[in-house]
Every structure is written in structure tokens, then in C-alpha cells.
Design a protein around this ligand. Structure first.
Ligand SMILES: Nc1ncnc2c1ncn2[C@@H]1O[C@H](COP(=O)(O)OP(=O)(O)O)[C@@H](O)[C@H]1O
Ligand SMILES: [Mg+2]
Length: 198
């Protein structure tokens, strides 16, 4: 299965771009969606996380409180790395399994931390959604209503824009409106169809 890895900084527009590819009929495999699935009760990662972080990470609904978890790991690199080491292989394995079942000519893996977690042998090509830090902060504020400290922490936890772009095979600059974005996706879709055909 020809696989395009879609990445970009937080609030750069990855989900928006993925939706546009989905409208073209492309199968989207989203690491964030899979990451939520693998920590559900009954999954192996659930027990490991509760054992490591303690019962206070579990809500009344027995689900792992993701907001609480996020808060803890953004203030504690050691715990963040522990969690990443646990989850990344599990998530990757499940994403590959999904792509093998996909029926579209190629598929898109949405992986926010794609560059941070290289190498990715399952990915044929890297597509980066790029925005300025100013646009990123503006859209992040609107979407998530986060405070300034949280936003700074989130941005600092990610690699720089420059470093991400250095790994890109394709770049979508998402500074324009949604029509411009849809045009860029359509062009890339044609290109990926050709590449997938070989
Ligand atoms: N071209 C655009 N113009 C205006 N708003 C946009 C544009 N692209 C994305 N957004 C908005 O910015 C926010 C972040 O986009 P999103 O796709 O959720 O980013 P990501 O998935 O990379 O975190 C969302 O609220 C989205 O609707
Ligand atoms: Mg998203």
C-alpha cells in the first residue's frame, strides 16, 4: 500500500487537510484516533498506563483522562518519553494493519510526530502542512482555548518548523483560505495517484 505521511505542527491544519483528502476518496489513518483507541479499557496499554501514572489518571467512567495525562507529560519529559515508548510501537503496528485493509489507491497516515519518530519505513512520502508560528498560535487559541503557558509548552515539545520542512517531500502552505487549501490537496491527490500506480 502506497502511504503518504501527513504531518505538521499543532494546529497547522493536518486534520483539515486529511478531511479534504478523504473527500477525494483516500483512506485516512489518523495516529491521534488510533492513540485514543489503544488506551481504552481492555487494551494492553491501558493497564500499563494506570500502573505507571496511578489510579488518579482514571475518571469515573473508567476511561483514562487524556487531558490529565497530557497535563502531566507536558510538564515531565521523563514521563512523556515513557508514554511515547509504550504507545508508539502499538500505534504504528495498528496503523500498518489499517493501511493493509484500505481499499483506496493509496492511503494517508496522519502522524503529528512523524519527524520526531523517524524512521518510518511504512511511509513512502512525507507531506508537511506548513504555517507560520503566528498563524499556528492564532488558530490554536481559537480552536482549543488554551492559556499562553500551555501553548508555549506544546510548541516547545515539537521540533522546529525548519527541521520539519527539511524532511518534507511535499509541502502545503496553509496560510490562505479553505478554497486555496482544497486546490492544493487536489493537485497533490493527482500526483499521489500517479505515484501509487508506479
Ligand atoms: N486555511 C485555513 N483557514 C482558516 N482556518 C483554518 C485553516 N486551516 C485550518 N483552520 C482551522 O485551524 C484550526 C487548526 O486546524 P486543524 O486541521 O485542526 O489542525 P491540526 O489537525 O494540524 O492540529 C482548526 O480550527 C481549523 O478549522
Ligand atoms: Mg488534528
Amino acid at each position: 500500500m502506497y502511504s503518504v505521511g501527513l504531518t505538521g505542527g499543532i494546529a497547522s491544519g493536518k486534520s483539515t487537510v486529511a478531511d479534504l483528502f478523504a473527500k477525494q476518496g483516500v483512506t485516512i489513518i489518523d495516529a491521534d484516533v488510533i492513540a485514543r483507541e489503544v488506551i481504552l479499557p481492555g487494551e494492553s496499554a491501558y493497564d500499563s498506563i494506570v500502573a505507571y501514572f496511578g489510579n488518579n489518571i482514571v475518571g469515573n467512567d473508567q476511561l483514562i483522562d487524556r487531558a490529565k495525562l497530557r497535563q502531566i507529560i507536558f510538564n515531565n519529559p521523563e514521563k512523556r518519553i515513557w508514554l511515547e515508548k509504550l504507545l508508539h510501537p502499538v500505534i504504528r503496528h495498528r496503523m500498518i494493519a489499517c493501511s493493509l485493509k484500505a481499499s483506496s489507491p493509496y492511503c494517508i497516515h496522519v502522524i503529528p510526530l512523524l519527524i520526531e519518530t523517524l524512521p518510518h519505513p511504512e511511509i513512502n512520502r512525507i507531506l508537511v502542512v506548513d504555517v507560520s508560528v503566528e498563524t499556528q498560535i492564532k488558530r490554536l487559541k481559537i480552536r482549543d482555548n488554551l492559556d499562553k503557558d500551555m501553548i508555549e509548552n506544546m510548541l516547545q515539545a515539537q521540533i522546529s518548523r525548519k527541521e520539519r520542512l527539511a524532511h518534507a517531500d511535499d509541502i502545503i502552505v496553509n496560510e490562505g483560505d479553505l478554497v486555496t487549501l482544497a486546490d492544493a490537496v487536489e493537485k497533490l491527490h493527482e500526483k499521489y495517484l500517479r505515484l501509487a500506480r508506479g
